[in-house]
Design a protein around this ligand. Structure first.
Ligand code: NAP
Length: 487
């Protein structure tokens, strides 16, 4: 049974700060502080892996690779399903841990744990349905047989904003495909990753199949792993800037890359939208995770006829949110991850205000301890203000007015990103027509939430390469092998 410590049991940060997890061994280290963003206080310290540690993790993943690949898919599936059940059993503790180290409201954290666990259940099911192909060539010369094989050792890098779900969205398909992995979680939120590794161990994941390491020096440590010819896959979720640097690094050894990068989601509301539904959707699309989501609505384009009513409704809803520590059950908007994040939001808002925008609620950082920024609505924002082009990653909703459908599409596409977009209209034909014109990997039609383990998640343009989740997510961790067969 799992060990429990302190008064918080499995949610105790100290329990998950025992060190690197390599080859099923916990290796002590007390180097990197993990901070509670609602107070700025240190919760625990985790170990700092160097290049040697990372290469030992590659050794462990390599030693386990042949056995895991040969494990029948039904068995791999059952281990993933047990991991799903353990996460579900420990959902409250995991949510508390996420809330402590990330700051998000407990309700958001609970939602994340459910979403994260579902990737294990989904890929437990997909593990036993790996597709193949058999067909004659058009000329009739021979038969084409296509088999899918595990791609090999996979390095998984995840951000702090969804510490559980971004990890399971990679580990689930990788293990289902038959790959062994090394997970490097974000330094701000490593405790959830280590907690999940403990549950994986209890679920029966063999030694070396999943390794987890934290480091102060992600650049050199990840580069050393990518330079090792045994590593064949890099699956990264994070900012576009780091993604670009990693693509260049992976090119040196021609490592296959999946990239889930930044977003700048437009949220389009047409005159014929159901106003209440649009406001409900706007609150979800903007405020899940206090705006710290790659799919967060970053720009609200609202048609002239409904604009004022939308701003009024959004202002009332945003102003009524309770801001506080995520671990307080009454909290609806937790702190930002760091003080630097608050400063970035403040700069974007200040720039918009200087350019003529007006804050109908919020508009400046909260005084006192912790990294708080209040829910904010900006109207009359110039469409070329900095805030229209950068990820806000916070609880700020800039609203822009538009007149025509063509103008809305042009403004929505005026960004280097293309991850998510939202459309509200009662006219489904229009919604689909506008959707077709938007450069985006995912679209919410009269919905403020699109993430689902059974759907392909990913973006176009500078938002990334490849798709996670869904039926095709497992193929990101497989190589097609073609047999030309003379029968
Ligand atoms: P980030 O700074 O790019 O960091 C992401 C991960 O990369 C962390 O584990 C980080 O480690 C690591 N890293 C940083 N520099 C690195 C380097 N030179 N080499 C290798 N790894 C490196 O992003 P973030 O601030 O954590 O996350 C926010 C970003 O993620 C936003 O842009 C958001 O849109 C994006 N995101 C995208 C998706 C999606 O599915 N498209 C989902 C969630 C988030 P350290 O923590 O140790 O620095």
């Amino acid at each position: 049974m799992l060990q429990t410590l302190g008064t918080r049991g499995f949610a105790d940060p100290a329990l998950h700060a025992e060190g690197l997890y390599i080859n099923c061994q916990w290796e002590k280290g007390q180097d990197i502080p993990v901070v509670d963003p609602s107070t700025g206080e240190v919760l625990a310290h985790v170990a700092d892996a160097g290049i040697d540690d990372a290469l030992r993790a590659v050794d462990a993943a390599h030693a386990a690779a042949a056995g895991w690949r040969a494990t029948p898919s039904r068995q791999r599936s059952e281990i993933l399903r047990r991991w799903f059940h353990l996460m579900t059993e420990h959902a409250d503790d995991l949510a508390m841990l996420i809330s402590l180290e990330n700051g998000k409201a407990l309700s958001d954290a609970r939602g994340e744990v459910g979403y994260a666990a579902e990737f294990f259940r989904w890929y437990a099911e997909e593990a036993t349905r790996i597709p193949g192909e058999y067909r004659p060539t058009p000329s009739g010369s021979h038969k084409i047989l296509v088999d899918h094989e595990p791609i090999g050792i996979s390095v998984l890098i995840t951000p702090w904003n969804f510490p559980a779900a971004m990890a399971t969205r990679k580990i689930g398909p990788a293990l289902a495909a038959g790959c062994t992995v090394i997970l490097k979680p974000a330094s701000e939120t490593p405790l959830t990753a280590y907690a999940m590794a403990r549950l994986g161990e209890e679920a029966g994941v063999p030694a070396g199949v999943v390794n987890v390491l934290t480091t102060r020096n992600p650049g050199p440590v990840v580069s050393a792993m990518l330079a090792d010819p045994r590593v064949r896959k890099l699956s990264f979720t994070g900012s576009t800037g780091v993604g670009r640097a990693l693509l260049a690094e992976a090119a040196k050894t021609v490592v296959s890359c999946s990239m889930e990068l930044g977003g700048n989601a437009p949220f389009l509301v047409f005159d014929d939208a159901d106003l209440d539904a649009a406001l409900d959707g706007a609150m979800i699309a903007k405020m899940r995770n206090a705006g710290e989501a790659c799919t967060a609505a970053n720009r609200f384009y609202v048609q002239a006829g409904i604009h004022d009513a939308f701003v009024d409704g959004l202002t009332k809803r945003m102003a009524s949110l309770k801001v506080g520590a995520g671990t307080d059950v009454a909290t609806q908007c937790g702190p930002m991850i760091t003080q630097k994040a608050v400063q970035k939001i403040d700069q974007l808002v200040s720039n918009a205000l200087q350019r003529g925008a007006r804050a109908t609620t919020g508009g400046k950082p909260r005084e006192g301890s912790g990294y708080f920024y209040p829910p904010t609505v900006l109207e009359n924002v110039p469409t070329d203000a900095d805030i229209a082009f950068e990820e806000i990653f916070g609880p700020v909703a800039p609203v822009y007015k538009f007149e025509t459908e063509e103008e809305a599409i042009r403004l929505a596409n005026d960004t280097e990103y293309g991850l998510a977009a939202y459309i509200y209209s009662r006219d489904l034909k229009r919604a689909m027509r506008v959707g077709k014109g938007l450069e985006s990997g995912m679209l919410g039609i009269n919905r403020g939430l699109m993430s689902d383990p059974a759907a392909p998640f990913g973006g176009v343009k500078q938002s990334g390469l490849g798709r996670e989740g869904g039926v095709t997510g497992i193929l990101e961790f497989m190589e097609a092998k073609y047999y030309a067969v003379d029968i």
